[in-house]
Design a protein around this ligand. Structure first.
Ligand code: ADP
Ligand code: MG
Length: 257
């Protein structure tokens, strides 16, 4: 299997606070890696660095044989890294279909000014984007909500729409940040099946940050555990789950929840 992502010695500090420290990773194409760890252990910071929101204090990130640290978020999106957010980020007042169309637009590669000068090409492109958006919504069984505004959707459907938006940017690597947050057990089971399905359907490599152990254990082939920004364990899910360092890090939290 080819390596898709190599991270070496990645560290990030916020005004002296060590958010992530000497993080290393070798991710193969088609893998489903889980990152777990208590609140504040640096998981989201890692995604924010990987997607160009923060520039790392130190270290290198090679994605598909190219150094990407220092690139802008939109450049990283168009290189093939898509993500969802721990706190859902949708355009609440826009309809479901417009939420998906804006995600496609983020990747069309031309500005509004260009669009105005090339109105013909723009119209054609817009028509294609609308068709592809509907196609995606159908695949995810949410086409019936196309005209509903995002803030009128149930939580579970909003999370699903976030994944659709991430896929509209045509990623090869998908980053999911606590996608089960706020879901009940039934929704979590559906999400598990959905993640397995999208991985296959869209030929994805996935990194999943998650608190929900049932989801992590059911899905991930490999786990990395962070605590205070430091990697304290790595390996197969069942090995990691029984690792004394991991159990200690979760002290007070129930790792089996
Ligand atoms: P996790 O996702 O594992 O819960 P985070 O990556 O969000 O953890 O946060 C790691 C640490 O970095 C926490 O102590 C958090 O308070 C801090 N942190 C995160 N983002 C910022 C920021 N923009 N400015 C300052 N501190 C931050
Ligand atoms: Mg987080």
């Amino acid at each position: 299997m080819d390596t898709i992502l190599t991270i070496k010695g990645l560290s990030h500090y916020f005004e002296g606070l060590r958010a992530i420290s000497d993080f290393n990773l070798d991710l193969k194409e088609g893998e489903l890696l889980g990152i777990i760890g208590p609140n504040g252990s640096g998981k989201t910071t890692f995604f924010n660095i990987l997607t160009g929101i923060y520039r790392p204090t130190q270290g290198s990130i090679i994605f598909r044989n190219k150094e990407i640290s220092g690139s802008e978020p939109h450049e990283i999106t168009s290189m093939g890294i898509g993500r969802t957010f721990q706190n859902i980020r949708l355009f609440n007042r826009l309809s479901v279909i417009d939420n998906v169309r804006t995600a496609f637009n983020a990747n069309t590669g031309y500005s509004l000014i260009e669009a105005l000068f090339h109105i013909g090409r723009y119209r054609k492109e817009e028509k294609r984007i609308t068709e592809r958006s509907i196609e995606l919504l159908k695949k995810f069984d949410i086409a019936q909500y196309a005209m509903t505004s995002a803030n009128n959707l149930s939580y579970g459907i909003q999370r699903r729409l976030e994944i659709v938006r991430a896929l509209a940017t045509n990623p090869v690597l998908l980053l999911l940040d606590e996608p089960a947050c706020g879901m009940n057990q039934g929704e979590i089971k559906e999400l598990l099946d959905l993640i397995l399905w999208i991985k296959k359907e869209f030929s994805l490599t996935i990194i999943l940050i998650e608190h929900q152990m049932s989801l992590v254990m059911g899905l991930c082939e490999r786990l990395t555990v962070l605590d205070f920004g430091v990697t304290i364990a790595e390996g197969l899910p069942y090995e990691v789950r029984n690792n004394p360092k991991v159990l200690a890090a979760y002290l007070g939290d129930d790792i089996n929840q």
